[in-house]
Write a protein that binds this ligand. Structure first.
Ligand SMILES: C[S@@+](CC[C@H](N)C(=O)[O-])C[C@H]1O[C@@H](n2cnc3c(N)ncnc32)[C@H](O)[C@@H]1O
Length: 261
């Protein structure tokens, strides 16, 4: 597919003081305007227990759908460094429309992290990108590898990838529908192990139905910053113990019957 490079996203400060972008193409913010960093921490790190995973200094693989500003990657890097990790961290991500390096200079994330010297990381990443798979070691002296596919999700070719965590972070299903289908979640299941946990800010029944129909067990948890709910999913139901299970059979059946269309 052709990359959508036309309209430049606009920088704004979210209510916790951290940067986000507004996409004129999707007419949506990249993050919750009430707090970009606060939302990312809650949805992708704290709720699935990934923040404590870092303290164990184990080898870790993360797959993200929608690299966007790179905030989630920078947060993962910050947790890694804060915990003095030395094991490999492989961060896979996919982005159809990368922002420019100049735009990345406007993002203030590093100021709010434990390692403010990470400020050049995102502008440097965005400066180096080519279409297809980019394999980058963006943090000198660490064992962090960024595998960033520039192109459409359907074309992302991550050979032999099996991941521990999935950050499902496209725009909402209303405007970015192609990334919320059952086929997408089937593909993500193919990158997963039994213990893999997928999280997303989204609580839409249609999205949950697509996951359930693809073979994921699903659960709900409290959403970030006043949002009522978010969603977790895993190939193994036991990984979701402690969260509130959703009725998977019913969701999958309703999805197949077109109840959410
Ligand atoms: C909500 S933003 C991601 C936010 C990001 N995780 C961050 O921390 O800044 C969604 C991203 O998904 C990308 N995207 C949308 N559809 C896509 C597709 N079909 N393939 C790849 N990327 C896509 C958009 O360009 C956008 O950057």
């Amino acid at each position: 597919m052709s990359l959508k490079m036309t309209s430049d996203p606009r920088h704004i400060l979210s209510k916790d003081g951290s940067s986000t972008l507004y996409s004129p193409i999707y007419q949506q913010f990249y993050h919750n305007p009430n707090g970009a960093i606060a939302e990312s921490r809650h949805v992708f790190f704290e709720t699935p227990g990934l923040d404590s995973f870092f303290s164990e200094n184990k080898s870790l693989t993360i797959l993200e759908v929608g690299f966007g500003t790179g905030l989630n990657f920078l947060l993962a890097t910050d947790y890694y460094l804060k915990n003095n990790c030395t094991s490999p961290l492989h961060f896979y991500s996919i982005e159809a429309s990368p922002v420019t390096s100049t735009k990345a200079l406007e993002l203030n994330y590093a100021e709010q992290l434990s390692s403010p010297d990470l400020a050049p990381v995102l502008p440097n990443v965005f400066k180096e990108l080519n279409s297809g798979l980019n394999i980058i070691k963006p943090v000198p002296g660490s064992d962090i590898t960024l595998h960033l596919f520039i192109g459409d999700f359907v074309d992302a070719d991550f050979k032999d990838l099996t991941t521990d965590f999935i950050f499902h972070d496209p725009f909402s299903p209303e405007v970015n529908e192609e990334l919320w289908s059952s086929e997408v979640f089937e593909r993500l299941l193919g990158f997963s192990r039994n213990h893999t946990i997928l999280t997303t800010y989204c609580a839409a029944s249609k999205a949950r139905g697509a996951m359930a129909n693809a073979g994921w067990f699903t659960a709900r948890a409290k959403g970030a910053l006043g949002k009522r709910e978010m969603t977790l999913a895993s190939p193994d139901k036991n990984q979701l113990n402690g969260y509130k299970f959703l009725n998977n059979e019913r969701l999958a059946e309703r999805y197949r019957n077109g109840a959410f269309s």
